[in-house]
Design a protein around this ligand. Structure first.
Ligand code: ZN
Length: 429
């Protein structure tokens, strides 16, 4: 993490503000500007934590803030401790401690053993610019709270960021959701992460997610989620890649070839200027022809198909991840338009229309045919083409990307029932 001080700006400052507001319960919306008020709050935080109160967020302060970003602390069991006492000490709940520590007998706590103690707030924020650092914290936090989640990396981005995946459920039916192929559509990443959190929580509480019984879903299907296919691009758009860095200078040069597209807010591509959702082997030559005719002939902010299909680390990783599994249905999240695309060429996998209509009904998004200029080389196109199974592009929200985070709650609300239904939709055919 970066060293932050007065004058710092960006998503990491938002993370600090998020941690501070969770800790003091103020729940102020982060603004990403490290001004005098943020410095005062950091200094107070440092004093309370017993570290040097210099108002600068360095490695030690970041470490102290971690529980407020991951949502848990580690507690060493002392004589006389009980789940109840520990919950009271940290403001958490007995049920949450129980869920986070499977196999531990609460009536026979071993003194000196270490327990994971969830804190009393939701891990996934809906009010910050959600970049790769936020995703790392959230995944660590959810894994600690819900040890039945499995996590891994499908590979690494061009800049070396892990391409995280997470699996929830243990049924035979396999389903796959991915998001943020496009950099300035990063708002889709916290949508999937929030769904994951609410689904896991419902499994523990014996409740429902999107109107369906969570435990039943868990036992019927294995849901794989890759929340951020393009972490480098997301970090560029959210402002986490410093203006002085080599990576930033390089992309700015690429962006200069397309002066009419705002930079970096108009950036959809990965850090090499390749549009990852034009990288899949599904009429890729046609995608190339179409996009070249529109003037996207070289690396840049959007719509450049790359030198060959799967030439980029990120699209290759998603492809390999898919090939190794047996997905019966996939959803790819994008933004703009409140539309669901369900077809590739004339392919109509069994049940795909009916499932698409249901997705449309649950979200209020329109089910439409893909417009001709984006009909090729996308993830959905390749999945439908190669597997002849239902695959969808969900275009969430409306307006110019990046959508403001103020749309987050509305987007999430429109998608929860859809996300829940799609987990087993292929089998309910
Ligand atoms: Zn997109």
């Amino acid at each position: 993490m970066k060293v932050l001080k007065i004058g710092s700006r960006g998503p990491q400052t938002e993370l600090v503000q998020l941690a501070l507001s969770r800790r003091d319960g103020s729940m102020d919306a982060p603004d990403g500007i490290y001004g005098p008020e943020t410095r005062r709050r950091v200094t107070d935080f440092q004093s309370a934590e017993g570290i040097t109160a210099d108002g600068i967020v360095g490695p030690q302060t970041w470490r102290k803030m971690e529980p407020w970003l991951t949502g848990f602390v580690l507690h060493r069991v002392a004589p006389g401790d009980s789940f109840y006492k520990i919950a009271a000490k940290y403001g958490g709940s007995v049920r949450a401690i129980d869920a986070a520590n499977p196999g531990i007998d609460p009536f026979n706590l071993k003194i000196g053993s270490v327990l994971t103690v969830p804190l009393d707030f939701k891990v996934v924020p809906g009010n910050i610019s959600f970049g790769s650092a936020a995703l790392d914290y959230c995944l660590r936090g959810l894994k600690a709270r819900y040890p039945f989640l499995q996590t891994g990396s499908a590979g690494y981005s061009s800049l070396g960021r892990p391409l995280h995946w997470v699996k929830i459920g243990n049924g035979e039916l396999e389903t796959f959701y991915n998001a943020a192929h496009h950099a300035n559509e990063w708002i889709t990443a916290p949508v999937l992460m929030k769904f994951l959190e609410r689904y896991a929580e419902a499994c523990v509480s014996g409740g429902e997610i999107g109107g369906r019984d969570a435990q039943t879903l868990l036992s019927r299907a294995s849901l794989y989620i890759m929340p951020m296919v393009n972490p480098d691009g997301v970090d560029l758009v959210t402002g986490d890649i410093s203006a002085g860095s080599a990576a930033f200078s390089r992309v700015r040069e690429l962006a200069a070839n397309y002066p009419e597209i705002p930079f970096p807010s108009g950036w959809k591509a990965n850090i090499n200027g390749v549009d990852l959702n034009l990288q899949y082997p599904a009429s890729w030559q046609l995608a190339k022809k179409t996009k070249f005719e529109l003037g996207y002939t070289q690396p840049g902010p959007r719509d450049y198909v790359g030198k060959a299909p799967l030439s980029q680390a990120e699209s290759r990783a998603v492809y390999d991840f898919t090939v190794k599994r047996d997905f019966s249905l996939t959803l790819s999240y994008h933004t703009q338009g409140r539309v669901i695309y369900w077809k590739y060429l004339d392919r109509e996998p069994l049940g795909s229309r009916r499932i698409g209509e249901k997705l449309s009904q649950l979200s209020g998004y329109a089910l439409e045919l893909t417009p001709p200029e984006s009909a090729y080389a996308g993830y959905k196109d390749w999945f439908i083409g190669d597997y002849n199974r239902p695959g969808y592009t969900i275009e969430a929200g409306i307006g110019e990307s990046p959508l403001p985070i103020s749309q987050f709650d509305e987007i999430y609300a429109a998608n929860e029932a859809l996300l829940s239904y799609a987990i087993t939709a292929a089998e309910d055919n």
